[in-house]
Design a protein around this ligand. Structure first.
Ligand code: V47
Ligand code: SF4
Length: 359
């Protein structure tokens, strides 16, 4: 370790926070071993030798979206040959299949549909709860929540009250992208601002609704933009304590309007590890194996990560953009992958209650 890295390691050992400048230094350093050592110490302090996973199922009810973000290969215009809308029956079939496979969670996000009314989403939650009352519904990014408020004319609080009544359990972390207004304007000009994303989460947390947070990286953002994004999340977490996990999302370029290559393994590992170091008030850092691949996800467990998400089953967003992974991992595969790095596989539910320890 060079002397600057030593000083950061020492600070973190004492439980002190890293500054913006130190964050920028970490994101610029190729010394992945030093960064990993610091991050894994933070992770062990918080989670011991546990590595979490969940049996879940992703459902994306429609890809028709009025925003058409430039990094998104999943969304389509109405009338496009690849546009789709699931029927309620199709959504319930997927839910019932998830239930049969032992899933404790369905993870539901989709496009901002130009015609579906807010009541359609409420109906969907109620129907899911009818066929699978015990399943936790983690659904709707802050972007969708803001859209519901606009199409219904209701306040954020009223939207959340209705969603909770209908069966919503918690919010996923999508839609955060990168908060920097200039980059955001170039990659997703129609999307709500970073400030608004944070405000939706603030309101959710105040109402007792837990959520995750994400950051899309590897497109046009700078290292400074990444650090500022993480610091904004750290500030909101200080205020509300409502975030559970942070998930960095590796940009996939295929079929998008942003010309870039795939992120490197080094950048994926470093982004996960530096996030672990900067976000000292988040309990969990998650590597979404679909995006970084099974092998980087496995290695990341030695670089500050304590969660590799879940069985997933069907994944459309990253696969539309050229994901190199499969769409499903079995519990056996996940458990093996965790055991191979000497960690204890812990099956969790959405709120990180232990379902089963796989000794
Ligand atoms: O908001 C879209 C991202 C997100 C691309 O909360 C892309 O546990 C990479 O947020 N390349 C949706 N990423 C997925 C998401 C998520 C996934 C897994 C777990 C959780 C969680 C949340 O996917 C979008 C956007 O940021 N995305 N296009 C792309 N080309
Ligand atoms: Fe729509 Fe979300 Fe894709 Fe943006 S990222 S176009 S909001 S589905």
């Amino acid at each position: 370790m060079d002397s600057r890295m030593e000083r950061i390691a020492e600070k973190v050992r004492r439980g002190e926070r890293v500054t913006r400048e130190e964050g920028i230094y970490l994101f610029s350093s190729p010394d992945i071993h030093a960064i990993g050592e610091i991050a894994s110490r933070v992770c062990e302090r918080k989670n011991g030798d546990r590595a979490y996973f969940i049996i879940n199922r992703h459902i994306n009810p429609t890809n028709i979206c009025v925003n058409r973000c430039k990094f998104c290969a999943f969304s389509k215009d109405r009338g496009d040959a690849l546009a789709y809308e699931m029927t309620m029956e199709e959504i319930l079939e997927r839910t019932e299949e998830a239930k049969r496979q032992g899933a404790t969670e369905v993870h539901i996000v989709g496009g901002l549909h130009p015609d579906w009314p807010f009541e359609w989403y409420l109906q969907m939650l109620k129907e899911i709860k009818r066929v699978a009352p015990e399943i936790h519904i983690q659904a709707f990014t802050a972007v969708e929540i803001d859209y519901f408020s606009r199409i219904s004319g209701l306040s954020l609080e009223e939207v959340f009250e209705k969603l909770l009544d209908a069966g919503l359990g918690s919010l996923p972390g999508g839609g955060a992208e990168i908060f920097s207004p200039s980059v955001r304007n170039r990659i997703c000009p129609e999307k709500i601002s970073g400030e608004r994303w944070l405000q939706v989460m603030r309101v959710a947390h105040r109402m007792g609704i837990r959520s995750n947070a994400t950051m899309l990286y590897g497109h046009l953002e700078s290292v400074e933009d990444r650090v500022d994004h993480l610091l904004a999340l750290r500030d909101l977490q200080d205020e509300t304590g409502g975030f559970q996990a942070f998930i960095p999302l590796a940009f996939h370029p295929k079929n998008t309007e942003i010309e870039r290559g795939y992120t490197s393994g080094l950048d994926d590992l470093r982004t996960l590890a530096v996030s672990r170091i900067i976000l000292d008030n988040f309990d969990h850092i998650k590597a979404f194996w679909i995006m970084v691949g099974e092998k980087i996800a496995q290695l990341s467990l030695l670089y500050g990560v304590d969660d590799i998400d879940g069985t997933v089953v069907e994944e459309k967003i990253t696969h539309a953009a050229g994901a190199l992974t499969g769409e499903e991992m079995s519990v056996d595969e996940i458990v093996t992958l965790i055991k191979q790095v000497g960690k204890v596989p812990v099956q969790r539910d959405t709120l990180y209650n232990v379902v089963r320890v796989w000794n």
